[in-house]
Ligand binder design. Sequence first.
Ligand code: OOG
Ligand code: MG
Length: 254
Amino acid sequence: MNSLSLFAERIDTAAISHTPIAQLSLEQPFSVDEAYEIQRQSIERRYARGETYIGVKMGFTSHAKMKQMGVHDMIWGRLTDAMLIPSGGTISLNNFVHPRIEPEICFLTSRDINGPISFDEALDYVQAVAPALEVIDSRYENFKFSLEDVIADNCSSSALVVGDWQDKHTDLSALKMEVFFNEERVQTGTSAEILDHPIHAFVAAARLAHQYHQPLPAGSLIMAGAATPATHLKPDLLVKETVENLGEVTVRVI
Ligand code: OOG
Ligand code: MG
């Protein structure tokens, strides 16, 4: 096994045992491309256990997130069926290390995407759009990482909750997005924070997936990235996200 596969195994073990590890890049530096290879191999291990691909997520598509985490480049990660929680479902903090939650918008693709697409073409590839919550959970101690570390860690992906699908023609340019913990508002933002328009995140996902040879078949979910900083989860919460004109999505935390 080379060091990239060893790192993939360590990230995977940290994720399934909910046990944080030291930053891999401090042990041995690696490039962004090598980080994506570690990510790919760590997700292959999940596929080998029976999980299946459902789509991809974008990260650091808003200044709020980049500022919160001190990282300044867009990243993308892979989503599997084991991460998908039904809206209104429940998650247990026992299955995470130090999870945080963030408000997102999710796209469902209507056709295979086989290469870069433009902003104007993007809607042709969208079937529907939905409000979504992402639960991120870094496998690194203290949620601290470099750009390469977080990419290797599948961009902290751990769970997502997607609401009801809505009309893809909904104007997504400036929708109010809010997160509530037991009816108390904890985050407010707008979809404009996501690269000025969430469709730009969809376009970026098409470009990056192509660059890293990740197919995007019809029916893929594409998470556009958070509009606000992420908020730490705690037990006994009903978390709700509302997105203007798209409705709401909830998850219970025990
Ligand atoms: C990395 C994941 C970033 C987003 O929506 O910006 C992300 C992290 O913050 O741990 O999912
Ligand atoms: Mg996110």
